[in-house]
Design a protein around this ligand. Structure first.
Ligand code: G4P
Ligand code: NA
Ligand code: NA
Length: 194
């Protein structure tokens, strides 16, 4: 097991066969030393790709994205889920369907922070159905920038997110890939040592 899988086993709570609670280090409380290692690991996988920008989505994607940005030496932009008071013009927007909330939301970034030709690494905390990931990809496409790939902290491999992204030809790097989970435990798809 890698250090993230170990952390998930130690601190994660399996709420159901499809929902994993990781509030102690990722979704509510953040363990900075640990998150720094996560950021470094995502950055390492893209260090030869001349990334110029990282794109994530508020709120839980921001922490791993910032540490990866620090490591790669590039700015981090986070898409907003709600319209900002000060950010109203020059927006790129995309519709994202949420399976858990069963509603359509609009995500957005300012055009001025995503330039044509940029090489973009998209980072998020979870990859589940892939709707948020595809919405972020759509923002990059609308900016005429290039999607270098995805960096995911926890992938739920039993849901179809990875498949949807790979079908579009995108590279997906997930630090932990949950194959199956239930109240007895969590199993992972063999991961790279890190
Ligand atoms: P989808 O993109 O896969 O369709 O995701 P969906 O809308 O169903 O997910 C809604 C939220 O739930 C997202 O966070 C997503 O990251 C998160 N999520 C999905 N599966 C799990 C899981 O098993 N465990 C946990 N802890 N989160 C999960 P969000 O609402 O945007 O919240 P946040 O980023 O502000 O924390
Ligand atoms: Na989340
Ligand atoms: Na997220």
């Amino acid at each position: 097991m890698n250090f993230l899988e170990q952390k998930i086993c130690d601190e994660g709570l399996v709420l159901s066969s499809s929902v994993l609670k990781v509030d102690s280090f990722l979704n509510h409380q953040i363990d900075p030393e640990f998150m720094k290692l996560i950021g470094i690991e995502i950055a390492n996988r893209y260090k030869s790709d001349r990334i110029t920008k990282i794109l994530t989505i508020e709120s839980s994607g921001i922490a791993p994205a910032v540490f990866a940005g620090l490591e790669l030496g590039v700015p981090v932009v986070f898409a907003r889920k709600k319209k900002s008071l000060t950010l109203t013009e020059g927006l790129l927007t995309s519709k994202v369907y949420s399976f858990t909330k069963q509603e359509q939301n609009e995500i957005s970034i300012a055009e001025k922070f995503m330039h044509p030709g940029e090489k973009v690494l998209i980072i998020d905390d979870f990859l589940a159905h892939g709707e948020a990931a595809l919405g972020l990809a759509d923002l990059v496409i609308k900016a005429n920038a290039h999607i270098s790939g995805f960096g995911i902290v926890i992938e739920k491999s039993f849901q179809e997110g990875r498949k949807k992204l790979e079908e579009k030809g995108y590279r997906v790097e997930s630090l932990a890939r949950v194959k199956e989970m239930n109240t007895n435990g969590i199993t992972f798809i063999q991961s790279e040592v890190m």
